[in-house]
Design a protein around this ligand. Sequence first.
Ligand code: HEM
Length: 401
Amino acid sequence: MTATSRYSAVAIVLHWLIAAGILFMIWLGWNMDDNEFRFQLHKSIGITILMLTVARIIWRLMNPVPPLPAGMKHHEKALSRFVHFMFYALMLLMPLTGWLVVSTSYDFDIPTVIFGAVSWPDIPGVGFLSNELGHSIILNVHSKLAWVLIGLLALHVLGALKHEVTAEAGVLKRMLPGIFGSPDRPRPPPQGYFLAFGTAIALFVIIAFGPGLFTGSSSSQATPASPGEEVTANQVEPNWDVDYEASSIAFSGTHEGNRYSGEFSDWSAEIFFDPDNLDRARARVSVQTSTATANKKLYTDSLKSPEWFDPSGHPAATVDLTGFRKTEDGYTANAAITIKDSTVNVPFTFDLQIDGETANMQGEATVQRGPLDLGQKSDPGGEWVGEDVLIEVGVTASRTG
Ligand code: HEM
């Protein structure tokens, strides 16, 4: 027999890696318990399995596999080939239906971020399935395919064990690393490394970063439809110039009991403030919502979705500060905060130090995300994301002119 008697090292590694991944994924799928970390992990490993499967199929086509033992009966060979074919189909279908599940989610709008690092888009063109019926059918298919996998796995393991014991050369050994398995016979050198792994990596890169090819709801490439909303009402005659390099607008709150935080990198403020003329004091701030960055990519991506800041539809949020008063330990003003189409009024308290021509201000306000229509699709009850959001502002400014 000139054909190889064992699987190649690459085939063995891919086999056991994917097998372990799938077993873990079935367990994880059943134990996600509404835990966002587990959901993201499930999606990340699932997409990895999809890419490894692409590599594995190409590798299989490029490298001959050992023939089934000669002593196997005809129907056993047919069953074995059928099970292997079905495995390949399921290794593709499991992740693809999972990806379809998240792409057709109609009641949640949570992005996919692969291992916390790479934004993963939704499958394009499946909007017609993003409803209760379509989504539940796909979820059901994804869930039932796991049972088909388990059934196949049972047949596969039983087959491997039976022929390990009865077949002359054994079959399990051929899929074990050389130190455990049978000795190798001469075989053609493995080929197709570049094609197999290059294709898988290229596919991943094209889907994750290919502009315009895939534009899912998780798309972090969302760009504002217009440069910014006009600041029209009651323009302020500023008497301070803000040093934006030295100033910041930050936000923080809780997600699943952990603190999240972030800030906006592009905003502008027009400030008129004179401690001796508080009646005239006024500030108008315009914040480019697309520039919000948080401490986790998942949060940054989420903020760009329509249910949060919706920067494509509403590029700017505004804050109008009026009604300034001196307090015992600083100042307070009324902040009218407008995000998307909702406005809330909350107190903004701050400390101020004016030193000659320079002013330093540290202030904060707390808003509730409900009245601001933030995250009301995925978590209206504040089950995961805390209702309160703390906004902290630090401004360094110098007198105009
Ligand atoms: C080899 C790959 C995969 C396996 C073996 C697998 C397995 C499973 C299993 C067993 C469940 C539980 C179903 C049930 O409740 O009965 C599940 C749920 C789920 N899977 Fe996967 N999965 C895979 C890939 C993926 C991928 C790539 C994604 C998304 C990108 C995904 C998204 C989901 C989601 C969102 C759910 C939960 C649905 C829900 O309960 O709302 N899966 N998966």
